[in-house]
Design a protein around this ligand. Sequence first.
Ligand code: ADP
Ligand code: GN1
Ligand code: MG
Length: 366
Amino acid sequence: MSVQSFDVIPQFRFEGTLLESIPFGNGHINDTYRLTFAAGETSRRYILQRLNTAIFTKPQEVMENIEGVTAWLKKKIIARGGDPSRETLNLIPTVEGNFFYVDEEGGWWRAFGYIEGAVSYDQVRNDQDFYESAVTFGNFQCLLADYPAATLHETIADFHNTADRFAKFQRAVEADVCGRAASVQPEIRFVQAREAFCSKLVELQKQGVLPLRVTHNDTKLNNIMIDDTTGRGICVIDLDTVMPGLSVNDFGDSIRFGASTAAEDETDLEKVSCDLHLFEVYTKGFLEGCGGALTQAELDALVDGAKMMTLECGIRFLTDYLEGDHYFKIHREQHNLDRCRTQFKLVADMEQKENEMRAIVARCLS
Ligand code: ADP
Ligand code: GN1
Ligand code: MG
């Protein structure tokens, strides 16, 4: 890709004179830049992103979802007396009045106002941040509870269909295009031993036991902006995967990432476990943020959501490793293998702690 951020900046209605464009954030998917402009006495910042179109193969649909969801959130935030410039993403139009720009190589670019005075964290610093992220993700689901779900595009088909993820993994093992399968037999066996579990939530959804809701589907801690001054969670970002899904998966993906005692790519597995205190903190916050909207079946499946999202993510990292690392950005050799190992360590730990996790959910509900 030879088109750079500088080439497309003139296509957007940014205010002021460009001072700086730097690669930004630790996302695994898109190319993100933070732009700084001098505007009179002050400066203005923006986020510019090249959407990963190898992954989001229908970028127009992704952008339609984001336009719809951010406009919806904006109305709700205004109605409750909030600040829509900080509590939701705000798309910046192009000079032609669109919300995306397609460059000559077919790259899709979009820009957002930069949320000032707030940070997204890659690891939990303290209970308060994690609690805030839980309330904010729970609340996000609440705000979108009556969104016309039928108008949302499924931006990645079967995104959290763990049974389908398992099938794709099996195909990757059989094809073994990089000749890596022999060296990761313990990891492969770990997944295969859990084949039946992979279908559990998908089946409950098909049977109508678990309802489809408008969910975020990528509820990592670093997809929440935390206010520098108040410490409150203010905004949910990374809306590319907002689509109908399971609430328990949104819950579970946050646990997988945030309740781990180590980074997602930690190589010392001794450091990796599921912190039950953080699990409790998040559970409390999420239930509060959801405002009583979850059904009994959803409450019963929260712990499975945590195990499922952790196992699924590990399966996805391992599949990508087997297929030659074409999905997740890697920064070192075996990065995806390291990531998959932390996830499997967490799954094994959650399996051990399952009874305690269930007791914590019950305690948070009482
Ligand atoms: P990816 O899909 O690659 O994860 P994200 O949309 O999550 O991309 O953006 C990557 C990072 O950029 C985020 O984790 C966050 O730190 C930062 N970021 C994204 N949007 C904004 C914004 N509007 N204001 C401030 N920071 C942002
Ligand atoms: C990706 O985009 P980012 O970095 O927030 C991925 C998630 C994974 C996560 C693992 C669209 O999230 O599904 O859980 O990496 N996003 C997509 O860290 O695949
Ligand atoms: Mg992200």
